[in-house]
Design a binder for this molecule. Structure first.
Ligand code: HEM
Length: 486
């Protein structure tokens, strides 16, 4: 998949992929969890039921762990640009700088300031004002995504720039064009919906495991319902946004689209869509496939007729366009097997998430005990906890591997972006160190979350005291006692 041989380029790519994949386990989880916790606290404000406050504090604790690990891994990710991709940083600095600075100054500061306020000021402000803090955290984390994806979208579809003739680097000529990039406004909803899926299905999975143990049944059933309602909305949203992206790629990045659909030859008007295919990637051939007619045309154009270019045709077109600047030896084929299977995993999972949410909400109806009897369903839901992480990774594989050989589409190749001073030895060393660090951080995250889950909602403490008094009586959230903890 990646050229992960022991070369500077291979090791730099491997390190970037490892760091990004690990970082992106925590990003969508935190973005989605902030929204879900905000919804829970808002329900507490509206319904005045103490369980919702407990839910916000309990799942909020796991959100705090995830946020912390996300920040640490995000910093390591930014190191990558200076360490291993200095040519890229030189080339892109003028474009990359502005969105990243705004992300740090506006979005990340908003997020971090209000996380602190939210965490330490339970009972010190009116409940609605306290709920506003977590909404500001949620807005801050989504705004972070806007600016990071603005930079990423430029790499997929460069807009609003000129090339400086002396330095050969890109210079921003229109900030508004960079912000209005259509790639960004297709990518953003898909990523945010994926974040909603990640957080809701992790919560749903945790609830399922606890319900199998008949632990705090009413608390976990209520949490499950909130998670599944948000999970259902996010699943439908991700499928809709994914559909727009798919059709946009046909013209914008046709090689990526052809690989996602496993097409080497141009498709015929019959629109055969491969459920399964095997490939000889060296000879650029499909060796076997199981096809369903018309589906390719429905997915591509929302109609029965039409044709789609295969990778072989697109390869010739790309040579005709770029050979003058990049030479005849360029390989424009992208990793077909990875894109083909990643797309199928992602699309099938989108439907599966929606289905599981609908079935789960049906079983978990108020006053019905059905969910407690459907142990098979709880087992599947519990195992599905890991699926969103896999699916998000598959999505990024498509987005990033599908723009091969470019790091900035049509302007800079991956091979030209790597640091000239990096060595195989130093990269091997940092790869091992990062791997151990990520494994350690992942373990800490799992152990802490597991401990919080097994301690249960009664064990949760925010602001240094439990929301339940020693006699086990839940305090009145609006009563004067709630403000007397000092
Ligand atoms: C029918 C369902 C889906 C379709 C048709 C779809 C389609 C796509 C396409 C075409 C891309 C590549 C976009 C590009 O390179 O510009 C993509 C990327 C991605 N997908 Fe999906 N997707 C679906 C479901 C999901 C689900 C359920 C998740 C998460 C749980 C997800 C997460 C992602 C992520 C994280 C990316 C990378 C970021 C981006 O480019 O948007 N996708 N998806």
């Amino acid at each position: 998949m990646l050229n992960a041989g022991l070369t500077v380029l291979g090791l730099s790519r491997f390190q970037f992929a490892m760091t990004t994949v690990f970082h992106f386990f925590f990003v969508p989880f935190s973005i989605g969890l902030a929204v879900i916790v905000a919804v829970m606290e808002t329900m507490y404000v509206i319904k005045k039921e103490a369980t919702y406050k407990k839910m916000a504090q309990f799942w909020g604790k796991i959100f705090l762990y995830s946020f912390a690990v996300g920040v640490v891994t995000g910093i390591i990710q930014e190191f990558q640009f200076g360490m291993n991709w200095s040519e890229y940083s030189r080339f892109m600095g003028d474009i990359f700088g502005a969105p990243l600075a705004i992300e740090a100054l506006a979005a990340f500061f908003l997020e971090s300031t209000f996380i602190g306020l939210w965490m330490f000021t339970w009972e010190r402000f009116k409940p609605w004002l306290h709920a506003l803090f977590i909404w500001l955290v949620a807005i801050g984390s989504s705004l972070s995504a806007v600016w990071i994806l603005a930079a990423n979208s430029f790499m997929q579809n460069p807009v609003g720039f000129a090339i400086n003739k002396t330095t050969g680097r890109v210079v921003m000529t229109s900030f508004s064009a960079v912000v209005k990039n259509p790639q960004l406004w297709l990518e953003l909803p898909h990523v945010l919906m994926g974040a909603g899926i990640t957080a809701s299905f992790v919560i749903a999975g945790c609830c399922a495991w606890r319900l199998l143990k008949k632990d705090h049944v009413s608390f976990y059933r209520k949490s499950l319902n909130v998670a599944l309602v948000i999970g259902l909305i996010a699943s439908i949203g991700s499928v809709a946004a994914g559909d727009f992206q798919t059709r946009y790629l046909i013209n914008q990045q046709p090689m990526k689209f052809a690989a996602m659909e496993g097409l080497y030859k141009d498709s015929t008007n019959k629109g055969d869509w491969a459920v399964y295919s095997s490939f000889n990637t060296k000879q650029h051939k499909t060796t076997a496939s199981l096809d369903v007619p018309y589906v390719l045309n429905i997915l591509s154009y929302h109609r029965l007729s039409g044709t789609v270019k295969g990778q072989n045709t697109i390869n010739q077109e790309m040579h005709a366009t770029y050979d003058k600047k990049f030479g005849k030896d360029m390989n424009y084929y992208v990793p077909t097997k990875t894109l083909f299977w990643s797309f199928r995993l992602m699309a099938v999972s989108g439907g599966l998430f929606a289905l599981m949410a609908i079935v789960g909400l049906f079983f978990n109806r108020r006053k019905s005990q059905l969910i407690m009897r459907q142990r098979w369903f709880l087992y599947i839901m519990g195992l599905m906890l890991w699926l969103p992480f896999l699916v998000n990774t598959a999505g990024w594989f498509i987005t990033e591997l599908g723009r091969y050989p470019w790091v900035v589409y049509g302007l800079l190749t991956i091979a030209d972006a790597v640091s000239p001073t990096s060595t195989v030895g130093s990269l091997l060393f940092t790869n091992i160190v990062y791997f151990l660090l990520f494994a350690g951080l992942g373990l800490v995250m799992i152990v802490l979350s597991h401990r919080t889950l097994t301690a249960g909602p009664d064990g949760v403490e925010m602001n240094g005291y439990s929301s339940e008094d020693t006699s086990g009586k839940v305090e009145d959230p609006y009563g004067t006692e709630a403000f007397n903890h000092d």
